[in-house]
Design a protein around this ligand. Structure first.
Ligand SMILES: [Zn+2]
Length: 274
């Protein structure tokens, strides 16, 4: 049976009191109160069709056109999202010297918007585009303007939003959707985010992992930890003997090794620290 919420808040306050320096991992649940939906339900299962895979994006022109057409609406939503109390609380904790490293699986940039400085964007950023040919990075907003200019029929379409800036737009023909190539080299443009089926760069993982050694404990905020990319940080913390607390609605892959589990919306659970 779940403890009353005041008791759970006390337990979180107590955990933070006992562990002054936190290694923090955040996931989609941290941004749901900012209007960015997550992918998984409380049982950790997909709520909707899984997001596009890397191999499909680079190898299938139709899938790629479909991705960009849907992302017009998805990015519009992502761009207007604002940080919520969970982001503000983590920024505040950082300013008070309580966070040795914040690692986020989110690509929405909301930790930066809330004022967090020491953030590793494990899966990249949706506001940046990278050329798969020459590696040049460019602004997603600039590409948005160009995509809308080239595809006026798609520009006004709305869609059900999905968390990586993709969005559901069923029943629309995508083959006419016009996506520009990289200006300097003609290469394929891709959002600068790690897609499913793609690995997080090794250097980035190592940089994110290292601060666990100097943390007193790990705090997971809004992640079911279903994908290995995030789960490996929990196993690393457990192997290093660090206590782990998690705030998440529904089960996580690490429930059996958590010191403290708070079943609540992240903004609710962390509002006290904002
Ligand atoms: Zn290029």
């Amino acid at each position: 049976m779940q403890a009353p919420s005041s008791t759970r808040t006390d337990a979180l306050v107590d955990f933070l009191d006992r562990h002054p320096r936190l290694f923090v991992l955040t996931g989609a649940g941290c941004s749901t109160d900012s209007g960015i939906p997550d992918y998984r339900d409380t049982a950790g299962e997909w709520k909707r069709r899984p997001p596009i895979r890397y191999q499909e994006f680079v190898g299938n022109e139709h899938a790629r056109k479909r991705y960009w057409a849907r992302s017009l609406a998805g990015f519009r939503r992502m761009r207007t999202a604002r940080p919520n109390d969970a982001h503000h609380a983590l920024a505040s904790l950082e300013h008070r010297g309580r966070i040795v490293q914040l690692v986020t699986q989110n690509v929405d940039g909301l930790h930066h918007a809330a004022g967090s400085q020491n953030v590793i964007d494990l899966h990249g950023r949706i506001d940046t585009v990278r050329c798969l040919g020459c590696g040049q990075r460019s602004s997603r907003q600039d590409l948005q303007v160009e995509l809308e200019r080239r595809n006026p029929d798609f520009a006004s379409l709305d869609a059900v939003e999905a968390p990586d800036g993709d969005a559901d737009l069923e029943g629309v023909a995508f083959d006419t959707f016009d996506v520009p190539a990289c200006d300097p080299c003609g290469g394929l443009l891709k959002p600068d985010v790690v897609f499913f089926g793609e690995n997080v760069p090794v250097e980035r993982v190592q940089r994110a992992m290292a601060p666990i050694a100097v943390a007193d404990a790990m705090l997971v905020v809004g992640s079911s930890l279903m994908i290995y990319s995030g789960y490996r940080f929990v196993t690393a913390a457990a192997d290093a003997g660090k206590p782990i607390a998690a705030i998440n609605l529904g089960r996580t892959r690490a429930d059996d090794i958590l010191t403290l589990k708070i079943e609540d919306r992240c903004a609710n659970a962390l509002r006290l620290f904002a």
